[in-house]
Every structure is written in structure tokens, then in C-alpha cells.
Design a protein around this ligand. Structure first.
Ligand SMILES: *Cc1c(COP(=O)(O)O)cnc(C)c1O
Length: 394
């Protein structure tokens, strides 16, 4: 309909496309709602009936086994949330106080905060427009300009700090270009960490996300595809790291029948059995969640084919996305009117949100090192998330 991007037609065209997918709401259609239609109540009730509600219990063990199986990783360690899982990943990667850790500027705050918890400095890197993930080529050029490699480590020539790790993130569930990023990480002696908080159920060339990073983090917050109320997990294929993840997140207690011996400063990052029970029931429904979300996404994709002023964010070639949050990218010409589009959608009952504010614009991260971020800044101004609950496909 709308090829004009300077009149009122463009925002209306976006609204019409959303309405054609979701119908006319009576109340407000949420951005992402959890769904408890399986064994959730049965498993949680069992915890209460047996008294096994806290940090040990059979559901924790089962949730970890189920997660490893679903993701195809050798080891999964459940944690209290995704941020604590990321913090643990950074410690497992050997990040030391004063190190720099490369992370996208276009991410949720948890990625940057976890780096701060490890007393390291986030160093913000550019994103590309296909997956919205880290731009491997731009990062490689940038590192060539600012970094030195010696004795199997890389250093920032400008700050003198060691650059220890690269955290990549699968934005809205769309896998980033893991092959290119793994190759870059290996050439620059960086430990690759996947922030897979948004990508449970997403695959890259047939492998579940979270397998390419040395360690990876998942989140089960209430707005994620699978929720435990609050929760997270560390994934790894390295048995030693899996063991160490469990140790660090369970107060570093040395196993003994009764003695309380702890051999380092550990963390109480355990996921309670109550939450793990919810997670086990939710994981049983993962296939149904992903199938319905992909169906919803394909309806949005079709609806936006005729909207000139916005493109629907598709899954990158060679990947299968869980489409955790559906997103449209407004045309450059419509970017100045983003808030008008948001107001129109929200007023009509379609909860819609802009993407996160870029990390380097936040006061506590404003002074951190960063590469030029023209694409991240352009995307920040143009992305809108649309209602994405699995039930919307029914
Ligand atoms: C949700 C999320 C996390 C983890 O968040 P928690 O609320 O701590 O579970 C981390 N990174 C990204 C990109 C996320 O979306």
C-alpha cells in the first residue's frame, strides 16, 4: 500500500500489517507472555508436597540433564538467573580484573553488567544488519588497528589492557554468524562466549546455539521462551569447565558427608528445585513453543512483504530461529517517526517496544572503549518489537 514515507501512510501501513496478523484486540496484546499448559502445576506441587523446594532436589538434576539433551551440549549447570550464568561464564573464561571483554553495544544490559561483576571492562563492538549480531568483518579490521597479539594473548594497544574474551549474542533468537566469529576469536586468542539467553530452540547449521562458544549462558526469566520464573544455565562441552561451573555456582563447597569446607570464594547462584520443576515442565513444551512462534513469524513476514517503509527481520541463512521476539526494521526515512509508529501500535492495543538503548549511551558505560558503531546506532533508531507470544499463532 504505502510507498510514501513522508506522509501519514507509512506508520498506518505498519499498523495495518500488524492488525492483519493479530486481529483487533479487546485489551492489550502483550509483547511476550509465558504459557503454563503442561505439567507445571503437577511438578511444582510435588516440590511443595515433599518439602524439596530449595537449592537441592531431583528437579535441578533433571532440568540440567534435559537442558544438555535439548541443546546437544555435554554439560548444563542451572543458575539463579541469566546474568549469574553470564558472570560464571566470564570467570570460567579466565577473565581477570582489569581485562577487557568485547561485547556488542546492541545487547541487553545483563551482558555488560556481567563483565562489570568480573571487575573487567566492557569494550563495545559493532553489529551487522542481517542477524543483528556482532559484525565479524568490522571487528577484525578494528582489532587489526588497535590490538597486538603476543604469547597467545591479545592486548589493546591504546589502553594496555589484555582483551580476554568475546561475548556474542543471538538477538531476538536469531543466531549470529558463529563460524566467522569463532574463526576470529581463535585467531585473536579470545575466549568465545555465547550469550544464548534469547536463543533456546534456535540452531546454526543444524547445531543448537550455545555449542560453539567455550561456555554459553541461557536465561529463563519470565519473558523468555521457557521460564522458571527466574533462572539461567551455563552450557559447555568441556567436562572440566562443566565441573567448575557447578562448583563456582554452589558456594565452592568441597563434597563431604558433613564438613563445610569451601576451597575458594564461590557464589550462591543455585536455581531452587521449585523453579527447576517449572523449567522441566516448560522444556517438555519447547517444541510446541518454537513451532507456533515460527508460524506467527511467517505470518508477520507475509504481512510486511507489501510494506515499503519497514522490513520484517528474517532468520539468517543457514539458521533456524526461535523468533523469541518478532522485530521490524523501519526504513531510514521512517526512523525519525519511530515514536509515532510506537504510539500508534501501543494505542491500538499491540504492545510494541523499541530495541535496547545502546550500552555506551548509559552513564556507567559511557567511558568504556568502543569501536565505531554506525550500524548499531542506525539499528537502535529503527527497530520495533511486536507481540510474540506462542498463543498468538493459535
Ligand atoms: C534475558 C537476557 C539475559 C539474562 O537476563 P536475566 O534476567 O538475568 O535472566 C542476558 N542477556 C540477554 C541478551 C538477555 O536477553
Amino acid at each position: 500500500m504505502s510507498n510514501t514515507t513522508n506522509g501519514s501512510a507509512a506508520p498506518t501501513a505498519v499498523l495495518d500489517a500488524v492488525r492483519s496478523v493479530l486481529g483487533t484486540p479487546t485489551g492489550t496484546i502483550a509483547l511476550h507472555e509465558p504459557e503454563f499448559a503442561g505439567q507445571e502445576w503437577t511438578y511444582v506441587k510435588e516440590c511443595i508436597d515433599t518439602g524439596w523446594v530449595s537449592s537441592v532436589g531431583s528437579y535441578v538434576d533433571r532440568f540440567e540433564r534435559d537442558l544438555a539433551e535439548v541443546t546437544g551440549t555435554a554439560h548444563a549447570v542451572a543458575t539463579s538467573n541469566g546474568t549469574s550464568a553470564l558472570h560464571t561464564c566470564l570467570l570460567l573464561a579466565g577473565v581477570q580484573p582489569g581485562d577487557e571483554v568485547l561485547i556488542p553495544a546492541l545487547t541487553f544490559i545483563a551482558t555488560a553488567n556481567a563483565v562489570s561483576y568480573a571487575s573487567a571492562t566492557p569494550h563495545f563492538v559493532e553489529s551487522e544488519s542481517t542477524s543483528l549480531g556482532v559484525d565479524a568483518r568490522a571487528l577484525d579490521d578494528y582489532l587489526t588497528e588497535i590490538a597486538d597479539s603476543r604469547d597467545g594473548e591479545s592486548f589493546n594497544r591504546r589502553t594496555g589492557a589484555r582483551i580476554r574474551a568475546l561475548v556474542v549474542m543471538h538477538v531476538f533468537g536469531h543466531p549470529c554468524d558463529l563460524d566467522a566469529l569463532a574463526e576470529l576469536a581463535s585467531r585473536w586468542h579470545l575466549v568465545l562466549i555465547e550469550d544464548a539467553a534469547e536463543s533456546l530452540g534456535s540452531t546454526y547449521h543444524g547445531r543448537h546455539t550455545g555449542n560453539v562458544g567455550i561456555v554459553s549462558a541461557l536465561s529463563f526469566n519470565g519473558n523468555k521462551l521457557v521460564t522458571t520464573g527466574g533462572g539461567g544455565a551455563v552450557l559447555t562441552n568441556d567436562p572440566a569447565l562443566g565441573k567448575r561451573a557447578k562448583h563456582l555456582t554452589t558456594t565452592a563447597r568441597v563434597p563431604h558427608r558433613w564438613n563445610f569446607i569451601h576451597d575458594e570464594v564461590g557464589y550462591n547462584y543455585r536455581l531452587p528445585n521449585l523453579n527447576a520443576a517449572l523449567g522441566c515442565a516448560q522444556l517438555e513444551r519447547l517444541g510446541s513453543f518454537v513451532e507456533r512462534k515460527r508460524r506467527l513469524a511467517s505470518r508477520y513476514e507475509t504481512a510486511f512483504e507489501n510494506v515499503a517503509a519497514a522490513r520484517f527481520l528474517r532468520e539468517p541463512a543457514g539458521t533456524s530461529s526461535n523468533f523469541w521476539l518478532n522485530a521490524i526494521v523501519l526504513d531510514e526515512s521512517l526512523a525519525p517517526r519511530r515514536d509515532e509508529v510506537l504510539a500508534m501500535l501501543n494505542d491500538a492495543g499491540y504492545m510494541s517496544r523499541p530495541i535496547w538503548t545502546l550500552m555506551h549511551r548509559l552513564p556507567m558505560y559511557a567511558a568504556c572503549p568502543r569501536m565505531p558503531l554506525p550500524m548499531a546506532e542506525s539499528l537502535e533508531a529503527r527497530i520495533i518489537n511486536l507481540p510474540s507470544s506462542p498463543r498468538l499463532a493459535d
